[in-house]
Design a protein around this ligand. Structure first.
Ligand code: LAC
Ligand code: ZN
Length: 484
């Protein structure tokens, strides 16, 4: 089966550049032009027409102007293997690339070399409604997988906001999350099998096609979220759930963000497990103003909450608890989407936040720290105070139910970048001090590698580096990522 909806990448963000991240330039030597030329000569006959590119249009589309960069578009696992083997033989770094929707620079070829673009591996191979699994190639667009499984009354839960253009392989590399992670977990919780090309070029199959199994080490757990540094997925097997029959989406308005945060904590204490529990603060709301959300002036924060369940009665009963808890925390208004159009409208606003914040002051750095749920309000207040002390605007929105906050630092002039980076580091330090973690879903990549030691000790980093060295002894597979 070919992916049902043709991938529309028109709205995909343009590629990030390495120099937009702190610490850029410290990635080791760029690859020699001669090595790339030799690699090109060796590979060109092994790939289909147009499967190897270095023309100006491709360079521009991928946000690169370096002449020592090649782009390969394999159509089969065997071609992926040939490319990886050739890169190793020629000493050329190889960087896997999905749809370039990542948020931490994981697909940037920071030392030049070959970008291994998986987008042509775009077939959905199986949707099995008896065994409740699906098998798809790495380049399948997530939204197309959703449509294919939902057409059979099934459900693949992970839903990063980029789902209309991000790919399953990219989700595996970054262990992508999304609003529904609160109830259903992240990509790692749903992937049960992989076809994986190792940095040696060898292809292995790991995991299983059944929902349960504990044979051997959990290499699936290691590879999902390895940020393209331990090899690349070519085929992914996921488990499916029954499509929830009833979904109710509510927008709850609050006067203050503290009340919204407190309501979020209380909701999870009250025997409810919404599938989504999202928060937008005053700055995030101001940024999406005009995006189709009419709010009274007094409303300076909202929760976007989604419940699902087997029957209308059960969901409505939960909605009553939800309303009671939110009112007790001072909610001004509880609006329930009356139909699919209203529901889609609310999510469209939520999905537009990231882009809208970027336009708000012209530039932004977006974080995805996680804090303990019970300390959500405290965390938001501390991040705002750090921003105020640095005289920079801090906006907070995101997956409040998970404690996963997209704390964004907004700014307008490039000269402010050093202060912005200092504030981002202070926010990260604060999140760790509160008992949280640096990244809930976007990964460390290039963006946060200089912060890794805030959270992880030398012993833990050394173990991870030894795994990396065992699988990629030449250090050519997506170099410059994760580790400081
Ligand atoms: C979001 C992306 C940025 O939740 O993760 O909007
Ligand atoms: Zn998010």
């Amino acid at each position: 089966v070919r992916a049902v909806a043709p991938p529309d990448r028109s709205s995909a963000p343009s590629a990030l550049r390495a120099d937009s991240f702190k610490g850029a330039g410290d990635f080791g030597p760029r690859v020699e032009r001669a090595a790339v030329a030799a690699l090109k000569a060796a590979l060109v006959a092994q790939l289909p027409e147009g499967g190897l590119r270095d023309d100006p249009a491709t360079l521009a589309a991928f946000g690169h102007d370096e002449s020592n960069t090649l782009f390969a578009f394999p159509e089969t696992t065997a071609q992926v293997q040939a490319i990886v083997r050739a890169c190793m033989a020629h000493g050329v770094p190889v960087t896997p690339v999905g749809a370039r929707s990542g948020k931490s620079g994981g697909s940037l070829p920071v030392r030049g070399g070959l970008s291994l673009c998986l987008e042509k591996l775009d077939h959905i191979l199986l949707v099995d409604d008896q065994n409740l699994i699906a098998v798809a190639q790495a380049g399948v667009v997530l939204g197309a997988l959703h449509a294919a499984v939902e057409a059979k009354g099934l459900f693949y839960a992970p839903d990063p906001n980029s789902l209309d253009w991000c790919t399953l392989g990219g989700n595996v590399a970054e262990n992508a999350g999304g609003p529904r992670a609160l109830k259903y977990g992240v990509t790692r919780d749903h992937v049960i099998g992989l076809e994986w090309v190792l940095p040696s070029g060898e292809a292995i199959r790991l995991g299983r096609r059944v929902h349960k199994g504990v044979t051997g080490y959990d290499l699936l757990g290691l590879f999902v979220g390895s940020e393209g540094t331990l090899g690349v997925a070519t085929e992914v097997t996921v488990k499916l759930l029954p499509l929830p029959k009833v979904v109710l989406t509510a927008l709850v308005l609050f006067q203050q963000v503290e009340q919204a945060a407190q309501a979020s904590t209380r909701l999870l204490q009250s025997q409810l497990l919404p599938r989504c529990l999202e928060l937008l603060d005053d700055v995030a709301l101001a940024a999406v103003k005009g995006a189709g959300l009419q709010l009274p002036q007094a409303s300076q924060a909202v929760l976007l909450i989604e419940l699902d369940g087997p029957t209308e009665d059960s969901v409505l009963a939960e909605a009553q608890t939800l309303e009671a808890v939110c009112r007790a925390e001072g909610a001004l208004e509880v609006r329930v989407a009356r139909d699919e159009t209203q529901r889609a409208g609310l999510w469209a606003v939520r999905k537009s936040v990231s882009g809208a914040l970027k336009l708000f002051e012209g530039r932004k750095v977006s974080e995805d720290v996680v804090v303990p749920r019970a300390r959500l309000g405290e965390a938001i207040a501390r991040f705002k105070a750090l921003g105020a002390a640095a005289r920079l605007t801090v906006a907070t929105y995101g997956h409040a139910g998970d404690g996963n906050l997209h704390t964004n630092v907004l700014y307008s002039k490039a000269e402010q970048k050093p202060e912005v980076d200092a504030l981002v580091a202070a926010i990260a330090r604060e999140a760790v001090a509160l008992g949280g973690t640096l990244t809930g879903e976007h990964g460390i990549g290039v963006a946060k590698r200089h912060l890794l030691t805030l959270e992880q000790g030398p012993g833990l980093i050394a173990v991870q580096k030894s795994v990396k060295a065992a699988l990629d002894p030449l250090g050519l597979f997506n170099p410059g990522k994760i580790f400081p």
